[in-house]
Design a protein around this ligand. Sequence first.
Ligand code: FAD
Length: 318
Amino acid sequence: MKITDHIKNAKGKTLFSFELLPPIKGQSIQGIFNTIDPLMEFNPPFIDVTYLREDYIYKQHPNGLLEKIAYRKRPSTVATCAAIMNRYKVDAVPHLICGGFTKEETENALIDLQFLGIDNVLVLRGDARKSDSSFIPTPGGHAYASELLQHVVNMNQGKYLHDYMDNTEKTDFCIGIAGYPEKHFESPNLETDFKYLKQKVDAGADFIVTQMFFDVDKYQAFVAKCRQNGIHIPIIPGLKPITTSKQLVSLPKVFHLDIPLELSEAILACKSEKDVKEVGIEWMIHQCKALIALGAPVLHFYTMGNPEPTKRIIQGVF
Ligand code: FAD
C-alpha cells in the first residue's frame, strides 16, 4: 500500500515506522530480522531500507601512491526489501539513490521493484562515497534527486527511456523525498535549499521524510514554511536518539545539525555512558510526544541496526 494511503487510513493518528541498513557483505539476512523482530509489536505499516553506494578500498604504497585494490558493494537493498515483505507482510520502502546507477540501471531497478509489488520509493541523491570528498555523479546517471524523481514520475506515466520498454506496464510508485529542517549542508542557505525542495514537490513527490533533528521547533518551523509555500504533502519526521557521548560531536559533524544546549549540557553532566543513553531516550520520548501533539503523520526512526532504544521510546510514547 502507498504510504500516503497508510497515512490517510490512520485518520490523524500518528503511525510508527523505522529504517535500517542493508546487511554488510558476508552477513546473513538474520541480522536484519534481529533488528526488526523486537519492533514488530508496534505494528509499523512500513519499513525503509537504505541504499549504500559502492565504494573502493585503497592500499597505500611506500611511495605514498594509493592503489585501488577492491570494489565493495552491500547486498542489494532490493533483495532485503523482498525478504522483509515476504516475512513480515509489511510494506518495505527501498531508498533509491542517484550515485552508482546509470539511468538504464535506475530504470531496471525500478522495474524489479514494481515486479516485487513494492509501492513506495524514497528518492535521494545519495551520500558521497567514503573514498571521495564530495558527491560525484555516475557517468550516464542522475546528479540530483530531482532528476531521479522526474525519472520515476515519467515511468508512472508510462514513459520509459527506450522503445524496447513498450510492453512494460506503467509503474505506480508513491514517491518520497528528503527534507532538511536545518538545511542540507551543501546549500548556501535555507532559502536555496527550500527552493530545490519545492522543485521536487512540484515535480510530483508524494511525501517528505526529514533529516533527524533534536529541536521540535525546527520541525514545526519547517512544516509551517512548507505549508505557507504551497507544499501540502505529508512531512514525516526522521528521528534518532542520542545513545553515546561521542554522538555530541559525530551527529553534528556527519548530519550537519544542532544539538540544543539543554540536551548537550544534560549529556555532558552524565557520569556514565549508561546515563547518556537514558538522557537521550528521555529527550526523544518528550520530542515524540510534542510531535504527536503537532499532528506529525508518522514517527520514523533511524535504527542504525540497534532496535532497543527505539523500542523503549515507542513504549514510552504510545
Ligand atoms: P538533492 O535533493 O539532490 O539535494 C542535494 C543538494 O543539492 C542540496 O544542497 C540541494 O539544495 C542542492 N540541489 C538540489 N537540486 C539542485 C539543482 N537542480 N541545482 C543545484 N543544486 C541543487 N544517503 C544514501 O546514500 N543512502 C540512503 O539510503 C539515504 N537515505 C536518506 C534518508 C533520509 C530521510 C535523508 C534525509 C537522507 C538520506 N540520505 C541517504 C542522505 C542523502 O542522500 C544526502 O543528504 C545527500 O547529500 C542529499 O540527498 P538529497 O536527496 O537531499 O539531494
